[in-house]
Design a protein around this ligand. Structure first.
Ligand code: AMP
Length: 434
């Protein structure tokens, strides 16, 4: 199948060809035709599958078929959970719309709103936004969503995890009932299906890769190691392997900072990226990593979500996530676009339960290596990590999968996604509000 056989306009085909894309990815092949037909679509697709073009190309095609009015009301809204993802999606929208007359804009919090307001006043066809800033500007009367024709919820699962349900509901109420809805999510949880039922009308369901299976191109490896030797081990692996594009996951923001400091003092260029960092620091860290100035990006799950870093050869789980699905998301950052990748997990005794849960989910045993001098502590407890100090309160495999919070910082946002907290509560971390 080719892009031209999908029926996209010449302006879009030119943009796609400028990007060097030769054939549509599986999710694009499946999602673009029903979207062009005006259908609502519920798509299961992770970052790295080409999902952004999967919804952006047909959206731009539909909008460019109609003449733009002089007022230029916002006609398409793409909602994303994080600032980074919003920025990335907008980069894509801009590239793909280069040869059309459509105007686009991205808005998110943590930065001055003035330039965003000025651009909105000039008129925008496609708006990419995080929920918090969108609602702020709508409250200020700067934004009207009354003429939205197409709504995209990108990474809807993460939106719910981050406590955006109430925001999404408020935003829905500001839009015309008659519109096209597209929902993209890495997983189809019960909550996602419920949200989809409330928003989508007779959706076409499309899937890029089977849910919760790991990509074949990724080689997975576990190092069993004593907890207090993890830092030394990760520094050894990165230094001796001469790895210079490594994404490392820690469970907490504090852990990310601590590890980054240790790496820097061992002459590894590293930067941390998490919700407590300013937008400027996050953008700088990501740009440094992409350009190769920084070899190691140490991230929490939330911050790493949606980062578009092509051809990432190494992902290291400094700590295993206590939500097994997060493991799949994390390692999905490597082995992308057909490139091979390696996903390494440093596992101490107290993470044994998490490892078993993950193996159950991915349906395979992950090979274990033990390095001399870094052996696991035979006397360490295999009791799962407790909550508090950035730890979880899991007491068994079932609980750790679905009931326990990821970590203390995510606990409050989970509650709010169930509707027991409002967006304005002070317990909600600031970094999530937008
Ligand atoms: P996404 O899943 O949207 O984050 O896209 C992942 C990466 O795949 C991005 O760097 C895109 O530029 C790239 N991409 C998207 N569609 C295609 C395609 N049809 N062929 C090759 N690369 C693509």
């Amino acid at each position: 199948m080719s892009f031209s056989s999908l029926g996209l306009s010449d302006a879009l085909l030119k943009a796609v060809s400028n990007q060097g894309y030769e054939t549509p990815s599986p999710i694009q092949q499946k999602a673009i035709p029903p979207i062009l037909e005006g259908r609502d679509v519920l798509a299961s697709a992770q970052t790295g599958t080409g999902k952004t073009a999967g919804f952006t190309l047909p959206l731009l095609h539909i909008l460019s078929q109609k003449e733009t009015s002089r007022q230029r009301p916002i006609r398409a809204l793409i909602l994303t959970p994080t600032r980074e993802l919003a920025a990335q999606v907008h980069e894509n929208v801009r590239s793909y719309s280069e040869f059309t007359d459509l105007r686009s804009l991205v808005i998110f919090g943590g930065v001055n709103q003035k330039p965003q307001v000025a651009a909105l006043n000039r008129g925008v066809d496609v708006l990419v936004a995080t929920p918090g800033r969108l609602l702020d500007l709508q409250n200020q009367g700067v934004i009207s969503l009354k003429q939205i024709e197409i709504l995209v919820l990108d990474e809807a699962d993460r939106m719910l995890d981050m406590g955006f349900l109430r925001d999404i509901e408020r935003i829905m109420a500001l839009m015309p009932v008659k519109r096209q809805n597209l929902m993209f999510s890495a997983t189809f949880s019960k909550d996602i299906k419920k949200l989809a039922n409330g928003i989508l009308r007779k959706p076409v369901m499309v899937e890029a890769t089977p849910e919760n299976t790991t990509v074949d191109a990724i080689s997975q490896k576990v190092y069993r190691v004593a907890k207090d030797k993890k830092t030394e081990l990760i520094i050894k692996l990165i230094s001796e392997g001469n790895w210079n594009q490594v994404l490392v996951f820690t469970r907490t923001k504090h852990g990310a900072n601590k590890l980054t400091k240790k790496m820097v003092s061992s002459d590894i260029t590293a930067a941390a990226i998490h919700g407590n960092k300013s937008q400027g620091a996050r953008t700088k860290a990501l740009a440094g990593f992409k350009s190769g100035k920084i070899s190691v990006l140490v991230a929490t799950d939330i911050a790493a979500r949606g980062l578009d870093i092509p051809l990432l050869p190494h992902v290291i789980n400094f700590e295993l996530p206590n939500i097994s699905e997060d493991y799949v998301h994390r390692i999905g950052r490597t082995g992308r676009a057909g490139a091979s990748g390696e996903a390494i997990s440093l596992v101490s005794a107290d993470e044994t339960t998490f490892l078993r849960d993950i193996e159950k989910l991915v349906g395979e045993r992950i090979p274990v290596t033990i390095l001399e001098g870094f052996e696991p502590d035979p006397n360490a407890s295999t009791q799962p990590i407790k909550q508090g100090q950035g730890r979880s309160q899991s007491s068994g495999p079932k609980k750790s999968k679905s009931n326990t919070p990821r970590n203390s910082q995510e606990n409050s946002s989970r509650k709010s996604s169930r509707g027991s907290e409002s967006r304005s509560t002070s317990r909600r971390p600031k970094s999530r509000r937008d």
